[in-house]
Design a binder for this molecule. Structure first.
Ligand code: UGA
Length: 461
């Protein structure tokens, strides 16, 4: 099929590169010419494992056409996917400026019967607004608005796009929905020809093992619903996941008081398949470009319809207080005196497998400790550049993990990158001034490191 995708972020570019690999002709449109130039040169404007390889292949086979021109792309496309950013405004509401701009420009260039697929995360009701914008554009052409929310996670975007958990498709027109179902079936067919295991490195970090690829037939993973339901499914899924994490973090605080181990407690409840094992990992809390914005957006939309979403507000409050809870742990380790202590921060991205530092719990912790006059040294395998503008000037940017650990009084695991989780504790111990460990992701082997002479601190362990 001939497809246009507007927006070259994690969702747009991954979907575009993979749809191209699956044999479709894909125009990836972005108004940012610097991004398009990078993509034309074969690299994504952000770090996502394996994505560059698919971009290069798409360019080589001329199936992937990066462009800043709607005029070049839209008239040739049967389907147009909107994958632009929907940032949060100060009051929690969602800023739809980029969506509105994209829809107006698509409207100017579209041909009859264009199927518009809304993939950006938006408040419920946005699809109907899009229909109004297109109608008011004074065009006689027919068009069909659908909503097909995205569920991929950064770091495992390739696997999640090829091996979708479900295809939720909302809209009024069966014909339009069928076209979208057909488009994504091409990805499913392509996925059977590649070794999916290869793309799963960061997929299993917070989820149960994803070894059983493609077990459920594609058709059984398709859910056809109304436009409004599709929009609400997306934000509800994210809200539910944040609730699971904040729940685990709350129980972890009880564990800290009563001597139970949160990892054991969550393992124990997760064995009940009504609860499930995924997203119950206690730690520094949740961040990123999606969860915080989507939780705030759903609280805002609820208020608009007269519902006070107290449960979700509590989920957010618990997460916001998580950093201070860790700062208190650091203070306890140093008997209240942080000034002059050398603290190593391992990880800056909001989670492993990405260079994304948006609302990263690690960055919040770094700045809080730096404000308290600690000597903070940071290291991250991918996010050093991205973090530079977010972090206090006094913070030292280390050249490697070893450099970050030199003369350290405390190392904190802030992002569970495999290379930090699997540190050679025996080897690196001599680098420490005082061998204190604070495990912000509950991933370090408590017993082993204690035997090696470290003072281990976690959350709820
Ligand atoms: C999230 C959702 O998981 C995706 O399904 C969704 O498509 C995406 O948002 C989106 O809306 O675009 P993502 O933001 O990439 O994906 O990251 P997650 O893997 O969900 O992690 C989010 C945060 O929660 C991270 O800071 C992570 O460290 C934290 N987390 C996750 C925990 O603290 N504990 C857990 O058990 C799981």
């Amino acid at each position: 099929m001939n497809v246009s995708i507007v927006g070259t972020g994690y969702v747009g570019l991954t979907t575009g590169a993979l749809l191209a690999a699956a044999g479709n002709k894909v125009y990836c449109i972005d108004i940012d010419s610097t991004k398009i130039k990078k993509i034309k040169n074969g690299t994504a404007p952000f770090y996502e494992p394996y994505l560059d390889k698919f971009i290069k292949e798409g360019l080589k086979h001329k199936n992937l056409i990066p462009t800043t021109s709607y005029r070049e792309a839209i008239p040739k496309s049967e389907i147009a996917l909107i994958c632009v950013g929907t940032p949060s405004k100060g009051d929690g509401s969602v800023d739809l400026t980029y969506i509105n701009q994209a829809v107006r420009t698509i409207g100017k260039h579209m041909k009859n019967d264009l199927v518009l697929v809304q993939k950006s995360t938006v408040p419920v009701g946005t699809g109907r607004k899009i229909e109004r914008i297109l109608k008011n554009g004074n065009r006689k052409d027919r068009f069909h608005v659908t909503s097909c929310p995205e569920f991929l996670s950064e770091g495992s975007a390739i696997l999640d796009t090829l091996n979708i958990s479900r295809l939720v498709i909302g809209g009024d027109s069966k014909k339009a929905k069928d076209a979208v179902i057909r488009l994504f079936k091409s990805l499913d067919e392509y996925s059977k020809k590649v070794d999916l295991q290869k793309f799963s490195k960061y997929a299993n970090i917070y989820r149960k093992s994803t070894k059983d690829f493609n077990k459920t037939p594609y058709e059984d993973r398709v859910l056809s619903v109304s436009l409004e339901s599709a929009e609400l499914i997306k934000v509800t899924a994210n809200a539910f996941l944040t609730m699971k994490i904040s729940f685990a973090n709350s129980i972890a605080r009880i564990c800290d008081k009563v001597g139970a181990d949160i990892n054991e407690v969550m393992e124990g409840i997760g064995m009940d398949d009504r609860i499930g094992k995924s997203f119950l990992h206690a730690g520094l809390g949740w961040g990123g470009g999606c969860f915080p914005k989507d939780a705030a957006g759903l609280i805002y939309s609820s208020e608009e319809v007269g519902f006070d979403f107290k449960l979700l507000k509590a989920v957010v409050d618990i997460n916001n207080s998580q950093i201070l809870y860790f700062v208190r742990k650091v203070q306890e380790i140093f008997n209240g005196k942080l000034e002059g202590k050398t603290i190593t921060i391992l990880g800056l991205s909001f989670k492993p497998g990405t260079s994304d530092v948006r609302i990263s719990p690690a960055i919040k912790l770094v700045n809080n400790l730096a404000r308290r006059q600690a000597k903070v040294k940071v290291y991250d395998p991918e996010a050093m550049n991205e973090a530079k503008t977010e972090i206090f000037e006094s913070v030292y940017f280390s050249s490697s993990t070893d450099d970050a650990l030199k003369n350290s009084d405390l190392a904190i695991l802030t992002t569970d990158w495999p290379e930090f989780v699997d540190l050679d504790f025996k080897k690196v111990k001599s680098k420490f001034e005082t061998p204190n460990l604070l495990d912000g992701r509950n991933k370090w082997p408590k017993e082993k490191v204690t035997k090696l002479g470290y003072n281990y601190h976690g959350i709820g362990r």
